[in-house]
Design a protein around this ligand. Structure first.
Ligand SMILES: NC(=O)c1ccc[n+]([C@@H]2O[C@H](COP(=O)([O-])OP(=O)(O)OC[C@H]3O[C@@H](n4cnc5c(N)ncnc54)[C@H](O)[C@@H]3O)[C@@H](O)[C@H]2O)c1
Length: 325
């Protein structure tokens, strides 16, 4: 099957590589800036265009991979669905719940398949934690602490630093943990969040969100875009009969590379010291679904719910009050 990449920045490069690793062919790259489309297309001997709607409707395209800034995901998901193409969309699925619902309706109407890249479900460390919890190794889990973040990302035209577009660390970055916690422990009852979304004198963001799940489980989620360098992920789960801890800085193999492969300007994504990237595993899961081999680990509904929780956290931080979902 052939893939079109829409949005040729950091994640566009990553997904072009991962789609190719998963056995697909990148045939065309689209970006609002022709120079960005050209740069990625050159690596895959693909066509390039700054007319993304034209890219999406090309007859040789089977799958559209969307890696643009979050607020414009929906317009491309809808266009791809209307053109009869399957869709891989980066997280966050949309900037609003309304956008997510619009995208789901378009995909359902067209009868195409939509996968949203909640990649933490595919990180081997998080898979290992899930396997331990599911096997009852620490008994019933009551409390979880997560920590995720790094440098303040830039993105093309500094879009990450425009909180209206990105939602800051609480929405853009922590959504990984919000999705993972819901995957592990079910729906959220209410959320309380506090954040610093600073633009002067330096742009940085830091947030703390407490989730109370419907099951009674409590989770404390820290997100930071205030690191001087690097990216770090930590988690701790407390159960009735034990505890699991993970810290990316203390993994048995701590891999660090200059200019993290696939990352765009001013953005570092978490890496994993394992032979198959979790970003490839999510593509393989999506492709297996397209070939009717299995259901994917992430559904569009999961992605919508992650957006709903992230937005509730932002609303709580703004109002100073808990938000019930
Ligand atoms: N899963 C992860 O680990 C992860 C990591 C980083 C970013 N992301 C997500 O991936 C998406 C892209 O982030 P990024 O880091 O690649 O950003 P980026 O700024 O590096 O790349 C975005 C690209 O989209 C292009 N673009 C902007 N507006 C456009 C439009 N209207 N039409 C077509 N192209 C447009 C830009 O020119 C740029 O090349 C975001 O939703 C972000 O939240 C996910």
């Amino acid at each position: 099957m052939n893939v079109a990449i829409i949005g040729c920045g950091g994640m566009g490069h990553m997904h072009a590589r991962m789609a190719a690793n998963a056995g697909l062919k990148v045939v065309v790259c689209g970006d609002k800036f022709k120079r960005k489309a050209d740069a990625l297309a050159k690596k895959f001997d693909a066509a390039a265009s700054d007319d993304c709607m034209e890219v999406i409707t090309r007859p040789d395209v089977d799958i559209v991979a969307i890696a643009t800034p979050t607020p414009v995901h929906t317009q491309y998901v809808v266009a791809a669905a209307e053109a009869g193409k399957h869709v891989f969309c980066e997280k966050p699925f949309g900037r609003t719940v309304h956008q997510c619902k619009e995208a789901i309706a378009a995909v359902k109407k067209a009868g195409v398949r939509l996968f949203v890249g909640h990649v933490v479900r595919y990180f081997q460390e998080f898979e290992a934690i899930k396997a331990q919890v599911d096997a009852g190794k620490i008994g019933r889990v009551g409390f979880i602490r997560t920590y995720r973040g790094g440098i303040m990302p830039e993105g093309e035209e500094m879009w990450f630093r425009d909180y209206d577009q990105s939602g800051g660390v609480t929405f853009d970055c922590v959504i990984h943990d919000l999705d993972w916690l819901r995957y592990m422990f079910g729906d959220v009852d209410h959320v309380f969040s506090q954040h610093l979304q600073r633009s002067t004198p330096e742009t940085m963001d830091y947030s703390q969100t407490t989730l109370r799940m419907k099951s009674g489980v409590i989770a404390n989620v820290i997100g930071t875009w205030a690191h001087p360098s690097g990216f770090r992920v930590k988690t701790e789960l407390c159960g009735e009969s034990g505890m699991i801890q993970y810290d990316s800085a203390e993994s048995p193999i701590h891999a660090m590379s200059r200019g993290n492969a696939g990352a765009g300007p001013g953005m570092i994504v978490p890496s994993s010291p394992v032979p198959v990237s979790p970003y490839q595993l999510e593509w393989e899961d999506f492709v297996a679904w397209l070939y009717e081999e299995r259901e994917p680990r992430v559904t569009a509904h999961d992605a919508l719910e992650a957006v709903r929780i992230g937005l509730a956290a932002l609303q709580s931080a703004e109002s100073g009050k808990p938000v019930f979902l």
